[in-house]
Structures are given as C-alpha cells and as structure tokens.
Ligand binder design. Sequence first.
Ligand SMILES: [Zn+2]
Length: 91
Amino acid sequence: MSGGGHLPQAAFANTCVEIAGTPDTYHWKSDAGNDLLLGYCPNCGSPIYKITSKLPVMLFVAVGLLNDHALFQSPHQAFAEGCQVWDAQGK
Ligand SMILES: [Zn+2]
C-alpha cells in the first residue's frame, strides 16, 4: 500500500490469532517482490491484518483494533526513511 500514512501493526504468531467474520482481502507485491495480503473490514474498509510471504508464520494486526492500546509499544519502524514529510514519526 502506498500513498497513505503509516499503519501501526503488532506482530503475532499466526497460530495465536483467530479472525472472526470474513474480511475482504487485497493482494499485492512489495517493492522487494514479497506477496502481501491485507485483510480489511468489508463494511468500512479499516485494515485488520496483513500477511507477508517474507514472514509467513506471522500475522500483523492493526494496533487500532486492540482493546488495550497501552499494551503496544513500537520497537521498530519499517520504511521510516521513505515516509512522507507529513507522516514523520518521532522526528
Ligand atoms: Zn468496519
């Protein structure tokens, strides 16, 4: 996905995550050639999770969906060097 702001995600082993309902999905290839799949709400379009062929055992959940946001701390920012000026995090 490009052209949007950052999407905070928490990584979980995919065996530890259960998804209720049937999200819509969008597939694309990353610049590095990895397959990506985004699961999103079919009603409002909100991102729910992402899967990448680079780390197929992990599922990346949109942090906005967590019941307790205080549990999340961002130890790593991917692609921060390429972010838009209006989306710079901690700079
Ligand atoms: Zn929704």
